[in-house]
Write a protein that binds this ligand. Structure first.
Ligand code: SAH
Length: 210
């Protein structure tokens, strides 16, 4: 079957049927060739309803989770967005379709290199990658209208809240053995935290030792 029809089936069955109705997110995920972000030995499973290994003990999230987090971040076309945990770069590409500028940090250099290669091939020239620890965010380009974190810290890193614009959204899995996906909104009067559902992400680490 052609990848385009697999992709449209993914959007229909895994996203629309589960109430993801943000049209820009659905359009982005209908377009991006998810199979190009995984190793060729896994590409036949790229559109299935599951996470997949991307090497170095890491995984690309299930499509539904990518769709949910991208919609929860409420990104507008002129926005600047920060992502922590580039991984294979698939979520990064989705953010690239939604925002004007995307900054993404990955702690494993080899994954950052692979993601850079695919994102360049697909012409995401407004997506900027950096290798390093995302706990401190990327102050140089702050404030961000949205921050999406795809590795789980035990608590929300304060630098990420600092680097959020007013009315910005921070979408982040938090916890150790039990993680919750949180959506924080930076209102003028303070932070509003919405708890969504339980998730299982890889831990957010301080450094990568091979
Ligand atoms: N969004 C990714 C998910 C990758 S899994 C994708 O679609 O493929 C989470 C990623 O976060 C891993 O690649 C892991 O190496 C990275 N990570 C873990 N701790 C980190 C940290 N402190 N800073 C930046 N990236 C981190």
């Amino acid at each position: 079957m052609q990848t385009e029809s697999l992709r449209l089936q993914m959007v229909q069955n895994q996203l629309r049927k589960r109430k993801i109705d943000d049209l820009r997110v659905l359009a982005a995920m209908s377009k991006i060739p998810r199979h190009q972000f995984v190793d060729s030995s896994w590409s036949h499973r790229a559109y299935q309803d599951r996470p997949l290994p991307i090497g170095y003990g890491q995984t690309i999230s299930q499509p539904y989770i990518v769709g949910y987090m991208s919609a929860a971040a409420q990104i507008h076309p002129g926005d600047r967005v920060l992502e922590i945990g580039t991984g294979c770069g698939y979520q990064t590409a989705v953010l690239g379709e939604l925002a004007q500028e995307v900054y993404s940090i990955e702690v494993i250099p080899q994954l950052a290199d692979q993601a850079r290669h695919v994102l360049q091939e697909l012409n995401y020239s407004h997506v900027h990658l950096k290798t390093g620890d995302g706990h401190q965010g990327w102050a140089e380009h702050a404030p961000y209208n949205a921050i999406v974190v795809t590795a789980a810290p035990p608590e929300v890193p304060p630098a990420l809240i600092d680097q959020l614009a007013i009315n910005g959204k921070l979408v982040i899995p938090v916890g150790t053995s039990h993680q919750q996906l949180l959506v924080l909104t930076k209102a003028k009067a303070g932070i509003v935290t919405q708890k969504t559902f339980s998730v299982r992400f890889v831990p957010m680490v301080k450094s990568f030792d091979q």
